[in-house]
Design a binder for this molecule. Structure first.
Ligand code: NAD
Length: 495
């Protein structure tokens, strides 16, 4: 069993490394199918301990009432510590998720940047003195919820963990983080880094475990005042229902089925590079994957021909090989689900232009590989164009004109992202404003910045993450009135 710097059979419960009380978890390297770490996940009792210790820590350590620059100093130290540990974090995440080292390194550095950005945003956050409409001064204050539940998926764990933990901690909360059982190891490593960087004990818990047991217990806990969730839309809906019963705010970052659109005047080399990166990087396991590729009918044959020949040239291999572009999927189970979706599409009439199968032999044996796949011959209302595949599968679809394109692109439950390839900036603007999506990339794709807000429209989510205002989504607003009048309130009358 390969040694990873994760300690023994321990999870992080309210500042203490303890053996989890839940089900055993086996962390598997999807490049080989080998188990590299075994430990016990969290139980409902662990959730109870994490939340109560977190609440006490937020109050007793002075974190809640610390001045912004004091909390910011700790967040900056965490950011620096993550950057200093980036190679180790990257190695663990590649072993746990299969992703390429180049990608996991970038994710680690993005997590470091998130903590540093939130430190800066916190130090410069302003409270408003609102216009007075009487003999009083009015101001708005923002206060933490106490304990925030952060529930994350397996596809980019360190980045999504940081995207929630950094602003929630900045806001003065304690955080109970539940990563996915498919990729829990890097979140445990993040806890060690935060601990070493000086985060007061108890403010962060990391509780890997089943969503239905551990995630559900976090959402239901009465001391958890806000939940920030990233994951599938069905799970997000279930969490939203529970939150409605508690009258608790939630942020939901959910699935997608994003259109990427190629107009006849597009710079073909840029568009090809962008479309390939948009769907096949991260092996398609990206919420914003450009999985519906709309190509104008006048350039459809040529563009699709080039796309297919370039897709065939993508290098499929283990994430540890520097030449790999398409790494294994996260688990064999997930790979088989992707394969079944492609098979079902073919049964319903889709044509496989390339890929559409599991590579065998040599380095592929035991791994969760699937060839990058381009499908054609289906309409936009086919299940393969409606359901999120979360794998390396693009569907190409022709369109006739702008009105036809906008109708097709928006005819989907999701509204997460969109890519537009054209040299005509007026058309780019028109289309960008007409498409239901939280993020639109023009002549680029899958670029992210912590300083730019991120959100999903329609079934892709609720609420916004990132950006300077990101911290405030982990705070409750309170209005204060200060009397400035010379007399008592008149209603009660004088003596
Ligand atoms: P998932 O919904 O199955 O699980 C996400 C997390 O929720 C996991 O930690 C899981 O254990 C937990 N969970 C499951 N059931 C739960 C319940 N009933 N109560 C509480 N928690 C529960 O998603 P996944 O398969 O891990 O991740 C893939 C999905 O995430 C895709 O749909 C993808 O589009 C989405 N995603 C969205 C974004 C975004 O920012 N919009 C980013 C990354 C991934």
């Amino acid at each position: 069993m390969r040694k990873v710097p994760l300690g023994a059979d321990e999870i992080f419960v309210g500042g203490r490394w303890e053996r989890g009380g839940g089900e055993p978890i086996e962390a598997v390297d999807p490049a080989t199918g080998r188990v590299f770490h075994r430990f016990h996940g969290a139980s409902v009792d662990d959730v109870e301990n994490a939340v109560t210790r977190g609440r006490a820590a937020a109050d007793d350590s002075g974190w809640r009432d610390a001045l912004p620059h004091e909390r910011a100093a700790v967040l900056r130290a965490i950011g620096d510590a993550i950057a200093a540990t980036a190679e180790e974090i990257s190695a663990v995440q590649t072993t746990d998720t299969g992703k390429t080292l180049a990608e996991t390194r970038a994710l680690a550095l993005s997590a470091a940047g998130t903590f540093r950005f939130m430190a800066a945003a916190l130090e410069t956050m302003e409270e408003a003195v609102t216009p007075s409409r009487g003999p009083y001064l009015t101001m708005t204050a923002h206060e933490p919820y106490g304990v925030v539940g952060a529930i994350t998926p397996w596809n980019s764990p360190i980045a999504s963990d940081a995207q929630k933990a950094a602003p929630a901690l900045a806001a003065g909360n304690a955080v109970v983080l539940k990563p996915s059982v498919w990729a829990p190891c890097v979140s445990l490593l993040l806890a060690r880094v935060c601990e070493r960087a000086g985060l007061p004990a108890g403010l962060l818990s990391v509780l890997p475990g089943s969503g239905r047991v551990v995630g559900d217990a976090i959402v239901r806990h009465p001391l958890v005042g806000k939940v920030s969730f990233t994951g599938g839309t069905a799970t997000g809906r279930a969490i939203g229902r529970l939150a409605a019963d508690k009258i608790m705010p939630v942020t939901l970052e959910l699935g997608g089925k994003s259109p990427t659109i190629v107009f006849p005047d597009a710079d073909v080399e840029r568009a090809i590079a962008g479309v390939l990166f948009g769907i096949f990087s991260s092996t398609g396991q990206s919420c914003v994957a450009g999985s519906r590729v709309f190509v104008h009918e006048s350039v459809y044959q040529d563009f699709v021909g080039t796309l297919v020949s370039r897709t065939r040239r993508l290098r499929v291999g283990p994430g540890t090989d520097p030449s790999t572009q398409v790494a294994p999927l996260v688990t064999g189970e997930h790979r088989d689900r992707v394969a079944r979706m492609v098979e079902a599409a073919v049964t319903e009439g889709a044509r496989v232009l390339c890929g559409g199968s599991i590579p065998l032999g040599g380095v592929y044996d035991g791994g969760a590989y699937y060839l990058p796949t381009v499908l054609a011959g289906v309409s936009n209302d086919a299940p393969i164009c409606r359901e999120e595949i979360f794998g390396p599968v693009a569907v190409v679809l022709p369109f006739a004109d702008e009105a036809d394109l906008v109708r097709q692109a928006n005819d989907n439950d999701y509204g997460l992202a969109c890519g537009i390839w054209t040299r005509d900036y007026r058309r780019a603007y028109r289309i960008a404003r007409a498409i239901d999506a939280g993020t639109v990339w023009i002549n680029t794709y899958k670029q992210f910045s912590i300083s730019t807000p991120f959100s999903g429209h329609k079934a892709s989510g609720l609420g916004t993450e990132k950006g300077r205002e990101g911290i405030k989504s982990y705070m409750r607003q309170k209005s204060l009135y200060w009397d400035l009048g010379d007399h008592p309130l008149p209603w009660a009358g004088g003596q």
